[in-house]
Ligand binder design. Structure first.
Ligand code: SF4
Ligand code: SF4
Length: 334
């Protein structure tokens, strides 16, 4: 089989066979022998050795390299190895490949700019729910609301067994916003993975909360997996580089689910300073009228309940109402 066919087949495995860019990305991160191993997965090291005529020891060395590159994952307790399951995992894992070149990152940026918007729409069409969801900033949550432990950043951090921080993959390849990069909080199994792979730095709960606070002050939106368990990550996303928020804002894609909360402005407390208007990436805040004593108002259709507006409101004029039920957040495995 020619090299070109190998990379075509790898792209096909991610349902991205139409994308020349994905084929080129595979060719930059995997040589021909590695590509053949990926195409033979899922399989154990012994099965891969039998399929390729190589020794098990030799295969295990290659698997270590592929794990380091972000192309291979160990599948549960079966002992089987699998390649990244979709284009999102291919993106997130290989961008943090420690030896990735600038050319490799630039090609991911080209893919993001030219093909990601359409790719997200295809992903949406085959998924029954958005894969990710927004968590409000902690200060926006009020006791009058029912607050679930998996929608409260502090409770997620406090209950974590292990935490690491990695670089934000979107800002590694783009970064035009200039906002902090080492802010992706990895929790439990995700922390184990990133620390073992060498892409994450282990941190304690105090540092995790410091990173989260700095992210909120910088105007980054907390995003996590759209389930009720916490064994994954708290991304801190911007509107310029993030593959989720950027296309949600520009093209209305539904890759990211809103939180269960809605911002509400207390007109008596609002002094009309307009600080919140610029902070809202989603265009949900505006001034009620053009007069000197105009107050901020929220468009409930546009507000995703991120809570960032409350961080910049010095008058404490924004509170949050619970507007979606508890079962709005999918249960694990659904
Ligand atoms: S930041 Fe607060 S006080 Fe200023 S306009 Fe917005 S809601 Fe009103
Ligand atoms: S108004 Fe904007 S900044 Fe405030 S919670 Fe809603 S989406 Fe976030």
């Amino acid at each position: 089989m020619s090299d070109a066919n190998l990379y075509q087949e790898l792209a096909d495995k991610l349902m991205m066979g139409h994308s020349e860019t994905i084929k080129r990305l595979f060719s930059m991160v995997a040589d021909q022998n590695e590509a053949k191993l990926l195409l033979a997965m899922p399989a154990t090291a012994e099965e891969l050795a039998a399929a390729t005529g190589r020794s098990v020891d030799d295969i295990k060395k290659s698997l270590d390299v592929l794990f380091h590159k972000g192309l291979v994952f160990i599948s549960g307790s079966s002992g089987k190895y699998r390649m990244c399951r979709d284009v999102v995992q291919f993106h997130d894992a290989t961008i943090l490949w420690p030896e990735a070149t600038k050319a490799f990152h630039n090609l991911w940026k080209e893919f993001t700019d030219k093909e990601w918007g359409q790719t997200v729409k295809v992903i949406e069409s085959i998924m029954d729910k958005p894969p990710t969801r927004i968590i409000p900033v902690e200060a926006a949550l009020e006791a009058k609301n029912q607050i679930l432990h998996y929608e409260n950043v502090r409770e997620i951090v406090e209950s974590a067994r292990r935490i690491a921080v990695t670089k934000c993959t979107c800002r590694v390849v783009d970064g035009k916003c200039g906002l902090p990069v080492e802010v992706c909080i990895q929790i439990n199994r995700a922390a184990d993975y990133s620390i073992t792979r060498g892409t994450g730095r282990e941190i304690d709960k105090t540092e995790a909360m410091e990173i989260i606070r700095k992210a909120e002050e910088a105007g980054l939106v907390h995003v996590t997996m759209n389930t009720d368990h916490i064994d994954h990550y708290i991304c801190n996303c911007c509107s310029d580089c993030c593959i989720g928020l950027r296309f949600m804002i520009s093209e209305g894609t539904k890759f990211v689910s809103p939180s269960r909360f809605l911002a509400v402005v207390d007109e008596d407390a609002c002094i009309g300073c307009e600080s919140c208007i610029e902070r809202c990436y989603f265009g949900a805040l505006s001034m009620q009228n053009g007069s000197d004593d105009a107050k901020a108002t929220v468009d409930a259709e546009k507000c995703v309940g991120c809570g960032l507006c409350s961080v910049v409101c010095a008058s404490d004029a924004i509170h949050f109402d619970e507007v979606r039920p508890v079962d709005f957040i999918p249960v694990s495995g659904m």
